[in-house]
Ligand binder design. Structure first.
Ligand code: BGC
Length: 508
């Protein structure tokens, strides 16, 4: 299938085929997203399993036996939270290391490192005989997530024919949601296996990790990464192979040109501190903050716990999580379909209102009907489940995928990898904060936690209205001219840079 590819309409047109080889590479790399999603989804189910609690967190298990004493606090335990959140802290550190490995050694070895970390982590966590082993296992998994989440989206963007880049970027988020769904299913079935169901659940991540390990041996390195590291001939050959056409000279020259400009920037992190980098940097960081403070992972990690809290039995809880997982996957397709049609802003604004209503309804039902010791009536519990599902739907077609897409398309090439690493690590930082604090917040604030998230959703909606410009259809290297310079607020940083350059010229 030959298609003429242009980098978004205004850029140069390069001829390319969507080759089977590219398809295979994309699928293998995206397995990294699958493992990330699996890790997000599995924690909530495992921490609701009695065998697991009895072995590692006996005091939590004790408290759970007297669940009627306090609905909101039965799972509150710092160590239990550390089990979930240690992964994200390690991933935060991991993404900075990974960004260096990515530029020095390439995307492919970074993915190989990720799979090795994943395998060690799975072995330690699934085979854990004490809590230290368990936590070290989680830390290794976290390093895998940091390496994988840095390398995979960059790899996908660089290997894709340009006109498919947006859609392929969201394949990463799609795989994340599939990973979460698989984890929910695994939780559901392993919960009935005693006493080692939790080992099977944690061990399940080993399968995609092995696929990633062997898969990353057969995928190619990206042409950009090869040329960036002065392997121009190899880069050219690879480009010819993945594009499936003979004449790749124009695209090759454009990559060489981009690499030359980028190589003049010795320290991309310093460049990130310059005023002109501020718009994509601030937006990239705040997107992660809002993504997490909208409360998504409170729901993702603890959906099973949450459903038990509102009075479902263990099985019903996991089944409900399977339902939210499927809705998450299906709604991501809506995002893939709409993102280049309605644009980013429409999705962000629509979903802010949508998610706000959901959080408020959940909060109000719980505040009215769930005392600390009673259980919810059937009708009220149904309302909570329905609004949790609607909430996940809104997130999945907007702030979920756009949290990864926007930072990948708003930095210029010279700061793209570093800027993206900052965004990934902010995502991990805020995911960590929510994972670590959620159960204590639930215990302390009770249903008020949903009003807390609601307040942040209002702030995030206003931020989107005033500060997130539309990037739909704008060529990736035209963002400065067409997006930041005309923007009512961000233009001040662009003017500051122009003045600065003028001054530099005058003093030369
Ligand atoms: C977020 C994750 C979240 C997932 C839910 C991702 O975009 O970064 O934190 O759990 O979406 O689908």
């Amino acid at each position: 299938m030959a298609v003429v590819v242009s980098s978004n309409g205004n850029g140069p047109a390069f001829e390319a085929k969507m080759t089977v080889y590219v398809f295979v590479c994309v699928m293998i790399a995206a397995v990294g997203g699958l493992i990330f999603g699996y890790d997000i989804g599995i924690s909530g189910g495992v921490t609701a399993m009695d065998d697991f609690l009895k072995k590692f967190f006996p005091s939590v298990w004790e408290r759970k036996q007297h669940a009627h004493e306090n609905n909101y606090c039965k799972y509150n335990n710092q160590y239990l939270q550390l089990f979930t959140s240690s992964l994200y802290l390690a991933a935060l550190v991991g993404s900075f290391l990974a960004s260096a490995v990515c530029s020095k050694l390439g995307r492919k070895p970074t993915m190989q490192f990720a799979s090795v970390f994943f395998l060690i982590g799975v072995g330690l966590a699934a085979g854990a005989v004490n809590i230290v082993m368990l936590i070290i296992g989680r830390i290794m998994l976290g390093l895998g997530v940091g390496f994988g989440n840095q390398a995979v989206p960059l790899f996908l963007s660089e290997i894709a024919p340009a006109q498919l880049r947006g859609g392929l970027n969201i394949v990463f988020q799609l795989m994340v949601t599939i990973g979460i769904l698989i984890a929910n299913l695994v939780n559901y079935f392993t919960a009935t296996v005693h006493p080692n169901g939790w080992r099977m659940a944690l061990g399940g991540a080993g399968i995609p990790a092995v696929i990633l390990l062997f898969g990353s041996l057969i995928i190619c390195e990206t042409p950009t990464s090869l040329i960036e590291r002065n392997k121009n001939e190899e880069g050219k050959e690879t480009l010819r192979k993945i594009r499936g056409v003979e004449d790749i000279n124009e695209e090759y020259e454009s990559i060489v040109h981009a690499c030359e400009i980028a190589s003049q920037v010795k320290d991309p992190y310093r460049k990130l501190l310059k005023p002109a980098s501020r718009p994509p940097l601030i937006i990239g960081m705040l997107l992660q903050f809002f993504q997490q403070f909208s409360g998504i992972n409170a729901i993702m990690f603890y959906a099973p716990v949450l459903f038990q809290t509102v009075g479902f039995k263990s099985d019903g809880a996991l089944l409900s999580a399977v339902i939210t997982g499927s809705i998450n996957v299906l709604s991501t397709f809506v995002g893939i379909y709409l993102v280049d049609r309605t644009g980013r802003r429409f999705l962000l604004l629509q979903s802010s209102v949508h998610m706000l209503i959901c959080q408020l309804v959940i909060g109000i039902v719980l505040a009215k009907d769930l005392g600390t010791t009673s259980t919810l009536g059937k009708a009220q519990a149904m309302v909570v489940v329905v609004f949790v599902c609607l909430y996940v739907m809104g997130f999945a077609w907007s702030w979920g995928p756009l949290g990864w897409l926007i930072p990948s398309e708003t930095f210029p090439l010279e700061t793209r990898s570093a800027g993206f690493a900052v965004a990934v690590s902010c995502n991990m930082l805020f995911t960590f904060v929510i994972a670590q604090a959620f159960l204590s917040m639930l215990c302390g604030m009770r249903s008020g936690i949903f009003f807390f998230f609601s307040a942040w959703i209002i702030v995030m909606g206003l931020f989107a209205v005033f500060f997130i410009p539309e990037t739909k259809g704008v060529a990736i290297d035209d963002v400065r001219e067409r997006v930041w310079k005309p923007h009512w607020f961000w233009k001040r940083y662009m003017l500051a840079e122009d003045d600065h350059q003028d001054v530099e010229k005058r003093t030369e």
